[in-house]
Design a protein around this ligand. Structure first.
Ligand SMILES: [Mn+2]
Length: 321
């Protein structure tokens, strides 16, 4: 584990003197980035700070049960106000967060705190707490809050369990370490209900989504040269199955159960004209480096990239055109 105590203290000291704080989650938010945002929001509110939670995209319906989700602003005007502190959570870059074009509008000087776990994170903040062996940003926050000896309550503990559980596909992917399990055990002891959180997040699918998964699973193919198992989902599949764009989330993590191939890849068309690749491995291949070749990023064992185009499948060959 990296030694993060000095950074942890630096963040605490900075926040003690902060007044106006903006917390930013990455666009197309997942459980981890939202739970990290809301846990920090609550912590800072209890310290009587002015806090604004922001994400470029709204909270997905499946995560609206989270406390403080109603509080998240998607309004770009947030960036025309003054802050002394900006905390970006769970974002390997400002581009990934979706705020690289917005942030220059902030009229004040500010300190940027970057709290993350992506291996590709280039430490873009003034203070950077990037723990790449953490399963999730929620796990990074758990370590921070433990260092800070905060007053835990059920809401705080549940938020962090939700972040860890969603980023590890239900404590199943290879990013799940002794520290992740230890954090969850302690958070359950502090009042979180893991079954309830699992049922609201991981075990929460519908027929349309399973039909979509069915199509993707039927198409699974193995490329022997690269020891790669892959499949794909097109926009037409979403229409045919009546599924939403988020329905295929979790599919890449699910493919971890495969014993064939050392790398799995799900290619998915997006509504804005891109093909998004989600890569997973249980081998020693560093996927974050592989994804960076294509302008993406992520973790060693889970990474992704997007390319403009659409998927064409003919003659048993899959191409991006
Ligand atoms: Mn994350």
């Amino acid at each position: 584990m990296q030694n993060h105590k000095t950074t942890s203290q630096a963040i605490y000291q900075h926040l003690e003197s902060a007044n106006d704080v903006l917390i930013v989650s990455h666009q197309k938010p997942d459980g981890d980035t939202l739970c990290a945002n809301f846990a920090l929001y609550k912590f800072l509110k209890e310290k009587n700070k002015n806090v604004t939670s922001f994400c470029l995209d709204p909270v997905p319906d499946s995560l609206k049960f989270l406390p403080y989700s109603h509080n998240l602003s998607n309004d770009h005007k947030v960036f025309t106000k003054s802050y002394d502190t900006i905390i970006v959570v769970d974002s390997g870059s400002l581009d990934y967060a979706g705020i690289d074009g917005l942030i220059s509008a902030i009229p004040s000087k500010y300190t940027m705190i970057n709290i993350d776990h992506h291996a590709s994170n280039p430490h873009y903040g003034d203070i950077n707490l990037v723990i790449t062996d953490a399963s999730s940003t929620a796990e990074v926050l758990y370590r921070l809050f433990m260092d800070w000896k905060i007053n835990w309550d059920e809401e705080m503990a549940s938020a962090l369990v939700c972040g860890i559980v969603t980023d590890t596909g239900g404590l199943k992917n290879p990013a799940t370490t002794y520290q992740s399990l230890d954090a969850v055990a302690d958070l359950v002891n502090k009042g979180a209900n893991p079954h309830q959180i699992m049922n609201l997040t991981i075990n929460n699918t519908d027929i349309a989504s399973l039909r979509l998964w069915g199509r993707a699973l039927e198409r699974l193919k193995k490329n022997k040269k690269y020891d790669l198992v892959y499949t794909f989902i097109t926009n037409q599949d979403l229409i045919d199955c009546g599924a939403s764009e988020s329905a295929s989330e979790g599919l890449a993590n699910f493919l971890h159960i495969l014993k064939d191939g050392s790398i799995s890849m799900v290619l998915k068309e997006t509504s804005n004209g891109y093909v998004k690749a989600s890569l997973r491995t249980t081998s020693k291949t560093d996927l974050s480096k592989l994804a960076q070749i294509f302008g993406g990023g992520g973790h060693k064992k889970a990474a992704g990239f997007s390319l403009p185009g659409k998927l064409v499948y003919d003659n048993n060959k899959l191409r991006i055109v």
